[in-house]
Design a protein around this ligand. Structure first.
Ligand SMILES: *[C@@H]1O[C@H](CO)[C@@H](O)[C@H](O)[C@H]1NC(C)=O
Ligand SMILES: *[C@@H]1O[C@H](CO)[C@@H](O)[C@H](O)[C@H]1NC(C)=O
Ligand SMILES: *[C@@H]1O[C@H](CO)[C@@H](O)[C@H](O)[C@H]1NC(C)=O
Ligand SMILES: *[C@@H]1O[C@H](CO)[C@@H](O)[C@H](O)[C@H]1NC(C)=O
Ligand SMILES: *[C@@H]1O[C@H](CO)[C@@H](O)[C@H](O)[C@H]1NC(C)=O
Ligand SMILES: *[C@@H]1O[C@H](CO)[C@@H](O)[C@H](O)[C@H]1NC(C)=O
Ligand SMILES: *[C@@H]1O[C@H](CO)[C@@H](O)[C@H](O)[C@H]1NC(C)=O
Ligand SMILES: *[C@@H]1O[C@H](CO)[C@@H](O)[C@H](O)[C@H]1NC(C)=O
Ligand SMILES: CC(=O)N[C@H]1CO[C@H](CO)[C@@H](O)[C@@H]1O
Length: 615
């Protein structure tokens, strides 16, 4: 077997070499001056290993072999500048200093993009990552630039990390499960690459995680979160970011110093690399580039709207680890399961655990039934666990708010959109921004005309004055309105409803939790984060999110997306109702009460429900 494999390998190498020497230097190919008969083209080496786990060095060599093309780079910068300055609702706000409690750098996008324009790059990879990282520094989970060429690999340490606060208030990093060496599970991590482990994760969360403007929430996302699926706790997709990465890591391996049952040991762990690109049908840099980096022309769709609304959660919540966990607390009694909403009784406490907001009217009816069942079973309190919830439809968030809060309440925060020469043309019936889908705020009337919707609202932020539309709400559909109308009043009030999150309750989930906290005055509890440091109960509220991509529609005035990939961005912003001019994304709202994980609750989060109910 082994010798067969070797022979095969040699033949393949030989063929590849012949091709290399026959093909004159191609535009994407960077010749290297290494001597010997080793294959010089990184992507050729990668092609041989693509279906097993390719090595870190080979992936890196393939990426770095793709030549920097000033023309393509200029087009990419023009796309990002055009989209971000015209559509990105926070382009001015991002320049302002963060409110106390948040942690991010103010960014002048135009200035930063100009700096990137004037820099020299060794490769296309270096350039594309620089622009991707600039967008990531906004710390807005709704807004990111994905480059298929370099973001179609998953780099995994094959282990999950978590953090506990011990009974004597020490915060520690630990390994939850090690898929390769199970004997490392439950060990404490003392050091990572020689640095204090807690400090290393904090630094990683600060620099590399962009899911929240709150560092404590980013810290939670750097570590593992469990989410409920099919009656089991699974690793929530998008968590465990320190050990599961989408960008090429800085080093080929990570060196952990572990403390296992009183013994210190070192673990040097390489990245397990898998590829999910559009095609494995490549055999050198040139063909890798054509297959995985260039836009796929046949995918261009013919639609009316220029930018596609993504009402759905963009984060899949699927398992990345085989180590599923059952709910161990015997006192948890399932009441009803409705897609991503699970209803339980824990003693006399009702629990609604909601892990997404991507609900249609059928699921919303089930959710309504879940609340009613808990009421029928005489639940004395209601804990709404919104941890690990990346959102979904704003209409569903409004409907759930309306089911819980007293009737005749407006159930949404007002929004607006940026008005520029380019966006103005996209406002109208059947277009990207359709005023007939919106109602005026606070009166809830229809907008009489496009001009009426656009209004004359100039707001100064970050030293710049820009124009914004009138404030508006997003209309509910007839099913949602019917559901609310026929809702039977629930027995709980702000004195016995508690919202629990790990801070990662984003988008439509943030709309829901922040509305319930602000208008319903519900109590909020968060878990995780840093010891003795307050933590936001919601992140990236946004309003609505749009994408500009290589496979979507074109926008007049913005160049085509030059590579296969997408730029996703926040297009609508939501405002507080009580503090009229406060933009929710930039308003630091920590939870009133705090919980920390211990060894048991990190592995079975249902243990937190009765603790949260005690506040
Ligand atoms: C590489 O791909 C090209 C185009 O598909 C093909 O013509 C060539 O034979 C391939 N070379 C090898 C070594 O597979
Ligand atoms: C791992 O780190 C420890 C100290 O933190 C060091 O002694 C050891 O040599 C390192 N191992 C490798 C392979 O880098
Ligand atoms: C999210 O993950 C954390 C950490 O494992 C857990 O405590 C929390 O309860 C989870 N929440 C949901 C809704 O899955
Ligand atoms: C391009 O897109 C079409 C349609 O989605 C698909 O059939 C085809 O395989 C794609 N080609 C590549 C190279 O990804
Ligand atoms: C495109 O817009 C026109 C005019 O607004 C409309 O009549 C047509 O049905 C739309 N087409 C699609 C595919 O939505
Ligand atoms: C999410 O999962 C669905 C079904 O499992 C799949 O079709 C879809 O491509 C996934 N989306 C992402 C962004 O991974
Ligand atoms: C407001 O607009 C909706 C369409 O979105 C329409 O059905 C409704 O009749 C309008 N209401 C008034 C008062 O014009
Ligand atoms: C918690 O932080 C406060 C200041 O923010 C400090 O006064 C207090 O001593 C801290 N408590 C513990 C137990 O570390
Ligand atoms: C927006 C709005 O009208 N909110 C109200 C909802 O109901 C509560 C309690 O009745 C009021 O305090 C809010 O002002």
């Amino acid at each position: 077997m082994i010798s067969n494999f070797k022979t095969f390998n040699k033949i393949a190498i030989l063929i590849a070499l012949i091709i290399l020497y026959l093909v004159p230097s191609e535009s994407y190919f960077v010749p290297r001056s290494k001597a010997g008969d080793e294959i010089k083209d990184g992507c050729t080496r990668l092609a041989k290993r693509i279906s097993s786990s390719p090595s870190y060095d080979v992936v890196k060599a393939c990426f770095e072999g793709i030549k920097y093309d000033p023309k393509r780079a200029k087009q990419m910068l023009d796309v990002v500048e055009g989209i971000m300055l015209n559509f990105y609702i926070f382009s001015d706000q991002a320049e302002e200093k963060p409110q106390k409690g948040f942690s991010f750098k103010p960014i002048d996008l135009k200035k930063e993009l100009n700096l990137l324009r004037n820099k020299k790059y060794k490769s296309d990879f270096e350039f594309m990552m620089a622009i991707r990282n600039l967008i990531a520094q906004l710390k807005d989970a709704h807004t990111h630039l994905n480059i298929d060429c370099y973001n179609k690999f998953k780099f995994s340490q094959s282990l999950t990390l978590y953090s506990v606060v011990t009974s004597n208030n020490q915060q520690k990093i630990k390994i939850m499960d090690d898929d390769l060496e199970p004997s490392n599970s439950n060990c404490e991590v003392l050091k990572i690459n020689g640095q204090d482990a807690l400090e290393a994760i904090r630094e990683f969360a600060n620099e590399k995680v962009s899911d929240s403007r709150d560092l404590g929430v980013r810290f939670n996302q750097a570590l593992v979160s469990l989410t409920m699926r099919f009656g089991e706790w699974l690793v929530a997709e998008g968590t465990n970011q320190f050990a599961d990465r989408n960008d090429l890591p800085e080093t080929p391996s990570i060196n952990y110093t572990l403390l296992c049952s009183g013994e210190q040991r070192h673990l040097v762990r390489k990245w397990d690399i898998t590829f999910s690109g559009s095609s494995t049908d490549f055999n050198d840099t040139n063909s890798y580039f054509d297959q995985n980096c260039l836009p796929n022309q046949s995918q261009f769709k013919k639609k009316n709207t220029s930018v596609g609304l993504i009402p759905e959660s963009t984060f899949n919540q699927t398992s990345t680890s085989q180590n599923n966990k059952q709910i161990t607390t015997s006192q948890v009694k399932p009441i009803l399961d409705a897609k991503d909403a699970h209803f339980y009784l824990v003693g006399d406490i009702g629990v609604a655990q909601i892990t997404s907001i991507s609900f249609g009217s059928k699921t919303l009816r089930e959710i309504q039934k879940g609340f009613q069942l808990l009421s029928k079973k005489k639940a004395k309190k209601l804990v709404i666990d919104l941890s690990n919830n990346s959102g979904g439809y704003t209409g569903a968030a409004q409907t759930i708010s309306a089911l819980l809060l007293p009737p005749n309440n407006i159930s949404y925060f007002p929004n607006d959109v940026k008005i520029t020469k380019i966006t103005e043309h996209l406002i109208g019936s059947g277009k990207s921004f359709d005023p007939s889908e919106f109602s005026s705020f606070p009166l809830g009337k229809n907008f009489s005309s496009i001009k009426n919707f656009i209004g004359k609202n100039y707001i100064k932020r970050g030293g710049k004055t820009s124009s914004y539309s009138r404030k508006f709400g997003i209309k509910l559909d007839s099913d949602e309105l019917k559901l609310i109308k026929n809702n039977k009043k629930l027995p709980w009030t702000k004195n016995n409803i508690i919202i629990l999150t790990n801070g990662y309750c984003g988008s439509a989930c943030a709309q829901l939790s922040q509305y319930l906290a602000e208008i319903g005055e519900y109590r909020t509890v968060t878990v995780g984060g840093f010891y003795n440091t307050s933590l936001s109960f919601a992140s990236f509220t946004g309003g609505e999110v749009y994408v500009y991509s290589s496979s979507g529609e074109k926008i007049k005035g913005i160049p085509d997306f030059p590579v296969s990939g997408e730029l996703q961005f926040t297009a609508l912003e939501s405002y507080s109702i009580r503090k009229k001019n406060e933009v929710l994304d930039f308003s630091y709202r920590p939870s009133k009460y705090r919980l920390y994980y211990d060894d048991k609750s990190a592995k079975d989060p249902s243990l937190l429900w009765s603790k949260a109910a005690d506040f």
